[in-house]
Write a protein that binds this ligand. Sequence first.
Ligand code: ZN
Length: 118
Amino acid sequence: MTVKLNNKQKAALTRLFRAFKPGHIIYPGVLIRELNVEMKAAYQILNLLEGNGYLKAFYEIYCPYESKSTGIVYENILDLIGDDLIKDCPECGQSVNIQENNILIYKMLNQVNIIYDE
Ligand SMILES: [Zn+2]
């Protein structure tokens, strides 16, 4: 896996993770926006940090009718391939297919200090 960041992106990454504290939820969109990277690169960075024990991945179910989170999260991807794929949105009550309407988000477990040698 290769993620290449320029100096400006490295500085943004360091700044971002200095602000994230244990317990914080990190949305890939934040990295995409702050680092100006593609979604794939954002997930590669988050996946790398997860592999090293700094983050934990969750699947958050969003409501396609309201375009926002339902507040329902799953830890295990196997929950998304079970036989009960339709859940009612707690907000609007509409039926949501959890397999089609989830995003991978990350919870900060341990503070990570990202430092680069110049
Ligand atoms: Zn809803």
